[in-house]
Structure formats: structure tokens, C-alpha cells
Design a protein around this ligand. Structure first.
Ligand SMILES: Nc1ncnc2c1ncn2[C@@H]1O[C@H](COP(=O)(O)OP(=O)(O)OP(=O)(O)O)[C@@H](O)[C@H]1O
Ligand SMILES: [Mg+2]
Length: 270
């Protein structure tokens, strides 16, 4: 990791599309929270509640229409410039005309890293997601899970201060998912990365996160925040821990209500 430990602080952040039209869409209600370095914060909530929107705001690709986003250097408590960030997007967003190696090295290229170094770092990241031997393939020649791993390698290679993950493990088989989840937890802890993980999986949230944010149906705001104190490393055995069951039930209870609400909202076309 290049820079100092940076927290992402959001105060009353929300976004409405088409504010100046007759049919505005509230994509994100109003969210206030702080994402701390060295921690994984998971965000879980019904489809359409604004999770991806929130990540895009954090990344700087969307401007919030309400509230304020700040980056805070933890050692000094001072506001700081946008830190190094990388994202694993929900749809992978690979460049179809670039090989795996070129896709992974792309961000380093933009950052002006010399070719020999960027290729070496890209190969290391490719090895970390277990794609050795696929460097010269094109995305269309890979399975969905492999493409997703390229997306993860492309983010890891940047050694970001802030890592944004939008359902990064969805297309993976169970074994690969476990290995990559474990690697991510280790990386965040050792590198002091600020990680924000959007997931639909309660199990994934509990196994990976230090804190879980549960969001309401659209327009999304936070309806529950839960600290996960389960010891690490967390493995499949953790899912047999009574504390795991209590957390799962609590999150499931809150989420179920919100998903039902989301279904009503969708069916009414609101
Ligand atoms: N460019 C846009 N213009 C208008 N509405 C949008 C736009 N982008 C997203 N929305 C709407 O904003 C809401 C939030 O979308 P978002 O993609 O953030 O949801 P999400 O929580 O990530 O959902 P999912 O879990 O299905 O990925 C949705 O109702 C969506 O239709
Ligand atoms: Mg989304």
C-alpha cells in the first residue's frame, strides 16, 4: 500500500437521479457512516437499494446530491485528498480487446508504472487469484468465475488504500470463493486497507466483515449496524459457532422485512 491509513467518512450522503425532471429516482436515501482502515465493512441490502450507487459515490464516479464525502487520515484526524482506490465492479468490466495480463496491468499503465515492473506485478496478482497460464487469453475465452478473478486481480495489483468490492465473489465456485475470501481478509489486515464489500450473502458478510451495515429497501438508508467479533481466521467451522447463528438470525430478520418491502415497492412501481 502506498499511502497512509485513510478512513472514508460519509455524512448524510444520498443521490437522486433526474432531480430536475418530473420523474426523479431516489437511488440512495441518506447514509451516514465511516469506513475504517484495516477493516472490512460489508453492506447488505435488498436489490435496488443503492449499494452500487454508494460505491460509485465513494469512488468519485457519481456526485451525491445530498451530504458530504470526506477522506480522513487516521493518524492526524485531518481531511486528506482522495486516496489510491481500486474497485471490483459487479459486472467485472474487463476490456474485451485486452488479454488477461493487459487487463490486470492496465491501471498500472495509466499510473505510469514502467512496463517491466507492471508486468511483474500483474503476474503476481494473476498468480494470487490462481490464473497462472491464462495471461495471454482474452476475457471471452474465460469462464464467468475466471473473469471475476481477473477483476479481483486488477484491483489487488493497484495495492489501493481503499478497496471497493461490489459482489466480487458472486460468480465463483465455493472452493475458490473461500480461498479468495481468506486472502482478502489477510490482505486488508496486513496492508491496513479500507475495504467496503457489497454482498448479497449473509454468510460472506459474517465470515469477512468486521462490521456489517444492513440497508433498507429503496430509498436505501442504514437500518442496522453490527460489529462482528468472531475470531479470525474464520473458516467454514465458524458457521457452527453459536455466535454465528445469532448474527445470522439477526441479519436475516432485518433483511427479510426489507426484501419484502422492496417487493411491494417494485410491484407498485413506486
Ligand atoms: N443512471 C441511473 N438513472 C436512474 N436511476 C438509476 C440509475 N442508476 C441506478 N438507478 C436506480 O437507482 C436505484 C439503486 O441502484 P443500485 O444499482 O445502486 O442498486 P443496488 O443496491 O446496487 O442493487 P443490486 O443489489 O441489484 O445490485 C435502482 O432503483 C436503480 O434503478
Ligand atoms: Mg448493485
Amino acid at each position: 500500500m502506498a499511502g497512509p491509513a485513510v478512513a472514508v467518512d460519509i455524512q448524510g450522503v444520498g443521490l437522486t437521479f433526474g432531480l430536475d425532471t418530473d420523474t426523479p429516482t431516489v437511488a440512495l436515501g441518506e447514509v451516514t457512516t465511516r469506513f475504517e482502515p484495516g477493516k472490512v465493512t460489508a453492506i447488505i441490502g435488498p436489490s435496488g437499494c443503492g449499494k452500487s450507487t454508494l460505491l460509485q459515490i465513494a469512488r468519485g464516479f457519481l456526485e451525491p446530491t445530498r451530504g458530504r464525502l470526506r477522506f480522513v487520515e487516521v493518524s492526524s484526524g485531518q481531511e486528506t485528498a482522495r486516496p489510491g482506490m481500486a474497485t471490483v465492479w459487479q459486472a467485472f468490466n474487463l476490456f474485451p480487446w485486452l488479454t488477461v495480463l493487459e487487463n490486470v496491468a492496465f491501471g498500472l499503465d495509466l499510473a505510469g508504472v514502467p512496463k517491466a515492473e507492471r508486468n511483474a506485478r500483474a503476474r503476481k496478482a494473476i498468480a494470487a487469484v490462481d490464473l497462472n497460464g491464462f495471461e495471454n487469453r482474452f476475457p471471452r475465452q474465460l469462464s464467468g468465475g475466471m473473469r471475476q478473478r481477473v477483476g479481483i486481480a486488477r484491483a489487488l495489483v493497484m495495492e489501493p488504500d481503499v478497496l471497493l468490492l461490489d459482489e466480487p465473489f458472486g460468480a465463483l465456485d465455493a472452493q475458490t470463493r473461500l480461498v479468495l475470501q481468506e486472502q482478502l481478509a489477510t490482505l486488508v489486515e496486513t496492508a491496513g486497507t479500507t475495504a467496503i464489500l457489497v454482498t448479497h450473502s449473509i454468510e460472506e458478510a459474517i465470515l469477512l466483515a468486521d462490521r456489517i451495515i444492513v440497508m433498507t429497501a429503496r430509498p436505501g438508508h442504514i437500518c442496522d449496524q453490527i460489529d462482528v467479533a468472531l475470531p479470525r481466521p474464520r473458516t467454514l467451522a465458524t458457521t457452527h459457532d453459536p455466535q454465528y447463528a445469532r448474527l445470522f438470525d439477526r441479519i436475516y430478520g432485518v433483511l427479510r422485512d426489507q426484501v419484502l418491502r422492496a417487493m411491494v415497492i417494485e410491484s407498485e412501481g413506486a
